[in-house]
Ligand binder design. Structure first.
Ligand SMILES: [Fe+2]
Length: 527
């Protein structure tokens, strides 16, 4: 999965870089002029704002001195000392007003005072001066002192009611280093290369070189002159471009991040879904359904999941194979076990030739009773029935096969076969449930049996069942001392012994089942 994501991220990154290059190219080729024009107007607005602020400031300062009755009177009185002390000198010498020159004159021109710092302008040539002295009008204008632009404000002296103008007052502010710094601050990051004024309004307004450099000359019309500020817009341009590129980069990174999250989310969903499928399959396999195989993810979006699926499928196949082997082995073992038991039974029968097939017949009848009463351990009933006389191995063949009636001692020896059989199988796991039936198969319901003399249901049920089957088969088999009895006669004997030798309920079941068998046998013979 990670390989896939990594691959996608590389593709997205390449795509992002390509988009960025395209973005820069697009900006350069198509947006450059638009940017420059917008830039020019933006800077022009900023410069106009700066100049207007300066003019306003200058006008306020001028008005506070020129529109003053006492000052008007003093110019008429040609009181140079008063004017210097209260108005002109105060403005010229106080740095916080940022005034470079204060010039006063009466209307006749015979009283002129110039309070100036380093400034080289012929005030009387300025239009603003002429307007003030001849037309009694306030005005501002731009001047040029040969090095710096100069902002000039001129006003006639008025009395307090703004009447009776006379003479004039001119104040100037040179736009030099300090002001240019201030202008730079207003223009934010621009580098001012040149600043001057001209009467010519058509200076090159906009120069671009196509490589991120721009020169803007911004005219500022004032008093028939123009203030030009040449700005190297490279810094602004690059700053703006970085902002644009930064935004583009953020967009691209966002797209990459969103794509990444989307891929991750999608893959997580697919992954979770696939893992659930795998978990469900593993649960089924663990429950024994080893044939289950999980389908591969055909989209191949998640190769790791397919590896997991392949591993689980391989595991289930191998387990299935092992289980089959075990089952086959188990089946084989069971077969061998059955063969072993039969061999044991036949060994007993070899010693007791008159009871040939006896054990198998007892087993058949015991199972018949067991099935009829719903006995829950038919397997051990069958085993016990087949091996009930296994103890006869310990009895001499002379006694077992003796023709005629046994002596009392011989009969005692014969009776030990149930205990001998128990002793033989005791301690072997497979006979654990059968051994008591072997031991007690000669016990009687009335307690007169052997080897212990257990009574009624003290006798294990398995032993009670085998007891009936055993006696019936003995009666219906040829013995050394008598011939085989007819079925009906044997059944009657069993019936007669119900409640004494045998459990009456089991006898009833036995007779019922035997009658069914006999009836079926007759029916078959008739057919
Ligand atoms: Fe027996």
């Amino acid at each position: 999965m990670y390989k896939k994501i990594r691959r996608l991220l590389i593709i997205l990154a390449i795509l992002g870089i390509a988009l960025m290059i395209l973005g820069i190219t697009f900006t350069n080729d198509f947006s450059w002029k638009k940017y420059a024009v917008n830039y020019k107007f933006e800077k022009q607005e900023q410069i106009e704002y700066y100049i207007e602020r300066n003019i306003e400031d200058l006008s306020v300062i001028l008005e506070s001195s020129a529109e003053w009755t006492a000052a008007r009177d003093r110019i008429l009185m040609k009181d140079s000392d008063w004017l210097y002390e209260n108005a002109t000198g105060y403005l010229a010498d106080t740095t916080s007003f940022n005034i470079d020159q204060v010039y006063t004159s009466n209307e006749e021109g015979d009283f002129k005072r110039n309070y100036m710092r380093e400034i080289f302008i012929d005030i009387e040539d300025l239009n603003s001066y002429k307007k003030a002295i001849y037309d009694d009008e306030k005005s501002v204008e731009l001047a040029w002192d040969g090095i710096y632009p100069v902002l000039v404000a001129a006003s006639p002296f008025y009395d307090n009611s703004v009447e009776n103008p006379t003479g004039c007052m001119v104040i100037t502010r040179v736009i030099k280093e300090e002001e240019i710094k201030d202008l730079k601050r207003v223009l934010v990051s621009s580098e001012i290369e040149e600043i001057f004024i001209s009467k010519n309004p058509l200076y090159k307004e906009l120069v671009t070189d196509g490589f991120g450099e721009i020169k803007v000359s911004i005219p500022f019309g004032l008093g028939g002159k123009y203030l030009y500020v040449n700005i190297d817009a490279k810094i602004d341009y690059l700053t703006d471009m970085f902002k644009v590129q930064g935004r583009v980069l953020i967009y691209i990174l966002s797209v990459v991040a969103i794509a990444f999250i989307a891929i991750l989310f999608k893959n997580t969903k697919v992954l979770v879904r696939k893992i659930i499928v795998v978990i469900e399959a593993v649960e089924k396999i663990s429950a024994g359904n080893y044939h289950i195989k999980i389908e591969e993810d055909k989209s191949k979006m998640l190769p790791e999941v397919n590896i997991l699926i392949a591993s689980v499928n391989k595991m289930s196949s191998e387990v299935e194979g092992h289980i089959q082997t075990i089952e086959e082995y188990s089946k084989d073992m069971s077969q061998k076990y059955v063969e072993m038991i039969e061999l044991l039974v036949r060994t007993v029968e070899l010693n007791d030739s008159y009871t040939y097939q006896h054990s198998f017949s007892v087993s058949d009848h015991a199972l018949m009773i067991g099935r009829a009463i719903g006995f829950d351990d038919l397997e051990n009933l069958e085993l016990a029935a087949k091996l009930h006389d296994v103890g006869k191995i310990a009895i001499s063949t002379g006694i077992l096969n003796k023709p005629g009636k046994l002596t009392e001692d011989e009969y005692k020896i014969i009776k030990t076969h149930s205990q001998e059989g128990y002793n033989l199988v005791d301690g072997i796991d497979v006979f654990a449930k059968a051994k008591e039936a072997i031991l007690y198969h000669h016990e009687r319901y009335d307690g007169k049996g052997y080897p212990v003399g257990l009574k009624g249901n003290e006798i294990p049920l398995m032993a009670q069942i085998i007891s009936i089957a055993d006696v019936y088969d003995a009666l219906t088999s040829n013995r050394s001392y008598r011939k085989a009895m007819e079925c009906e006669k044997a059944i009657n004997i069993i019936k007669k012994d119900a409640g004494t030798a045998f459990n009456p309920e089991l006898v009833e079941v036995f007779i019922k089942e035997m009658q069914k068998q006999i009836k079926e046998k007759h029916n078959k013979e008739e057919v």
